[in-house]
Every structure is written in C-alpha cells, then in structure tokens.
Design a protein around this ligand. Structure first.
Ligand code: ADP
Length: 402
C-alpha cells in the first residue's frame, strides 16, 4: 500500500469535473480546479495551483477522458502529478448509493456494476460519476479508488422517516423511498458544529441547513442522521435555486392532464425552472436580496417563500429531535446571506432560538456562533467542505483496510 499522504478528490458531473488535490498531513490544498462544458465546443479548464496564479485554458474536451488527461497535465506541471508516489488514493463523489452503499467503498468491478444498477434512480448523476471513476482508473490502475456517496450519511434514517406512505409492494419493487442527498456536507457540518461547541457529536442534536444552489435540511441526533428533506431525488424539500422543493404530487397530474405538458416537460419545469428562478427570474440570492431591497415585489415574494419553507423545516426537525442544541447554516446562501439567517430564525425565542444582529452581520470564512449567549439553542454559521470530507473518508478507508 502507498505511504503517500495525498488524495485526489474528483467530482464528475454530466459536463464538468471538479477536482482538488489535498494533503492529509494538514488538509491543505495542493491544487484545485474545474473543467466545464465537456463535450461542447467551448470547453474551459481553470486550474488553481497552491502558489502562483490561476491558469485558464479554453479548448475542446470531447469527453471526460480528455478532460481528466488535461487535469493530469496541469497537476504534473505543478510537480504534483498523478504518477507521484505521494498520491495515496483517488476519492470520488458518487451521488446515489441506494440502500447498499452506506459507507465509503473501495471501487471494484462489482461495486461499479451496482452503482450502474442505480442509474434509474439517479439518471443525471451516477453515469457521470461512473465515467469519472473509469477514467481515473485508466490513468492510475494501481491506485485505490474510493467512492463516497452523497446518500450514505442518511442511511441511518429510521424506516418511518425514509418511507413514503404509498403501497409498500410498489415502493419496494421500484426502490421508491427517501434517500436524501448532500450527505457528505451534512456529516461534515454536523461534526464541525459539535467541534465549535466543544462537544462530542454524540452529545448534541443539530439541525443542519445546507443552502446552496441546491438546498437541504437534516436532523442529526447524536451524530446520526434521523431525517432529511431531499427524497428519492434531490427535488423534495426546501425551495432551491431552480428546484421547487415540496409540491403536491397532484400538481404533476394536473399539469399533465389539464396543462398538456409531457412528463419530461414537467420534470424540467420542477427541476430547472422553479424555485427562486421560477418565482422571480433570478436564482442567485445576492441578486434577489438586492432587488427586494429596492422594493421588487417578485424578488420579495421569492425571498419570503424561500424563508417560509425553511422555517417549516426548522419547526419540523425541532419536533423530530425533541431537543435541539444547535442550528447550523452552511453552503453559499447559508454562509453568506445574513438576511436569510435572520428571517429564518425570527420570532422563535419560545423555542430557545435567537440570532444576534451584530454577530450575524460578521463576514468570515470561519465557523462562528451568531446566537446571543442567553439563547438555549446555539445558532452557527459553519462553512462546509465536502472535498475535505471525501478526502478524509477515502484516506481513512485505504488506511484501515490495509
Ligand atoms: P452549489 O450548490 O452550486 O455548490 P453554493 O453552495 O456555492 O452552490 O451556493 C451558491 C449560491 O450561494 C449562489 O447561487 C448564491 O445564491 C449564494 N450566494 C453566494 N454568495 C452569496 C452572498 N454573498 N450573499 C447571498 N447569497 C450568496
């Protein structure tokens, strides 16, 4: 087994690959970057070395293999190439692990076949993740490849939280149940929140609000996920940048039967043209806050709808947990949008929840408490780091299985 300490983390999407090379000695980034628009005429690679300035190359990347080859060249140019003996493992983000993969998993042919079998429940994500693994394997066939699943942290949800109340036989036949996503982030943030409080994760109950372009909430009891807002797919739950979150399933029947939309059109409507974008034409919270400030009614309604849903989940997960020690805001909106944090927690003093306006307005990349000292529940901003968590899990797996 390699004595190296570096982990390459790959997050392969349908037309993009994000990567980070992390040194596990201190968690530092040796390089990071992104290849966009793979398979299109106007591909782009942006590479950020540890020192020195970003490098951008505009070229056509016909497929993921071409993209990863260019990434390998960029890394080699920095002296941290894939052939280095320092590289211990490649960690892959894999979106859907179904019921089988509830922990980081060493990739074998059999594992890949099972991830392929899950494509029908994650048609947008798993195929790209599989391609990323196959290409990385062809570049370094001797190196362990570890899959870290977005669904894994949620596998501890009790059956009554994971089930939809539909015919059990139909649900079982088609593997219809709530899996949840963003698990790596919920896991990282719930632990980082415990660290911020100076507690062991097993001692505290946390509501994690991951608010990025996609968004999800989770209820974590003693370090274990007991409920989360995304379901069979990432469409359920909170209002997101372009996804509707919760809607009455009857909306789908209505749009089809009365509105004449096809199933694919409704899928696209709910996933790509709904949420904040559907409500006001913008999906970037910065723009929505700016427009709302200027009195724009659509932007104000989008903000209010977003916050209302968030408050409903805070209330729901308070009841699920019974006792809440902390609420953690994370990801692009959660870490940066003070007005969202303020509005989501306003008027909840009876529940022991309060946010201090001054602490809430502090801008920082560090984990920080924003509730006043007297509040029973600690409200915190806890930056997420999914890549570091993937690297940790992949590295730990190859070291314990050796
Ligand atoms: P992703 O889900 O793509 O990983 P991020 O977690 O990076 O997304 O979050 C991206 C979103 O964060 C943006 O769409 C934007 O709405 C929001 N955001 C980023 N910076 C700010 C900011 N300063 N104020 C408000 N919202 C912000």
């Amino acid at each position: 087994m390699s004595s190296g300490t570096r982990v390459l983390v790959l997050n392969a999407g349908s037309s993009s690959v994000k990567y980070q090379l992390i040194d596990m000695l201190d968690g530092s980034r040796l390089a990071s970057g992104l290849v966009e628009r793979i398979g299109e005429a106007n591909g782009r690679l942006v590479h950020t070395p540890r020192s020195g300035s970003k490098r951008e190359s505009l070229e056509v990347f016909p497929d993921h293999a071409a993209a990863l080859k260019s990434v390998a060249e960029e890394l080699a140019a920095d002296g941290v190439g894939l052939d280095s003996p320092e590289l211990a493992v490649i960690g892959h983000r894999v979106v859907h692990g179904g019921l089988r993969f509830t922990a980081p998993t060493l990739v074998t042919e059999e594992v890949l076949a099972e991830v392929r079998r899950l494509v029908p429940v994650a048609p947008l994500h798993n195929p790209a993740n599989i391609t990323g693994i196959e290409v990385a394997r062809s570049l370094r066939p001797d190196l362990p490849q570890v899959a870290v699943f977005d669904t894994a942290f949620h596998a501890t949800m009790p059956e009554h939280a994971a089930r939809y109340a539909i015919d059990k036989a139909v649900a079982d036949e088609h593997r219809v149940r709530r899996y949840g996503f963003h698990g790596t982030s919920h896991q990282y943030v719930s632990r980082a929140t415990a660290a911020l409080l100076g507690k062991d994760p097993a001692e505290i109950n946390v509501i994690v609000l991951h608010l990025g372009n996609g968004g999800s909430a989770s209820a974590v009891a003693g370090g274990v996920c007991v409920d989360t807002s995304m379901g069979l797919t990432p469409l359920e739950g909170l209002v997101m940048g372009t996804r509707s979150g919760d809607v009455d399933p009857g909306v789908v029947f209505h749009l089809h039967r009365v509105g004449g939309l096809t199933i694919d059109e409704i899928d696209s409507l709910l996933n790509r043209r709904s949420g904040l974008l559907g409500l006001c034409g913008d999906n970037d919270m910065r723009e929505i806050l700016r427009r709302a400030e200027q009195g724009d009614a659509d932007a104000k309604l989008a903000f209010d709808t977003y916050v209302h849903r968030l408050r409903k989940y805070i209330g729901a997960y308070y009841a699920v947990l019974g006792r809440v020690d902390a609420i953690a805001f994370t990801a692009g909106v959660g870490e940066n949008a003070a007005p969202v944090r303020a509005a989501a927690t306003a008027g909840l003093e009876e529940l022991g929840i309060a946010v201090d306006a001054e602490l809430n307005s502090v801008r920082s990349g560090e984990a920080r408490v924003i509730s006043p000292g007297y509040a029973r529940v600690t409200v915190a901003v806890v930056p997420t780091d999914e890549e570091l968590e993937i690297a940790r899990q992949a590295f730990a797996l190859v070291h314990t299985s050796s």
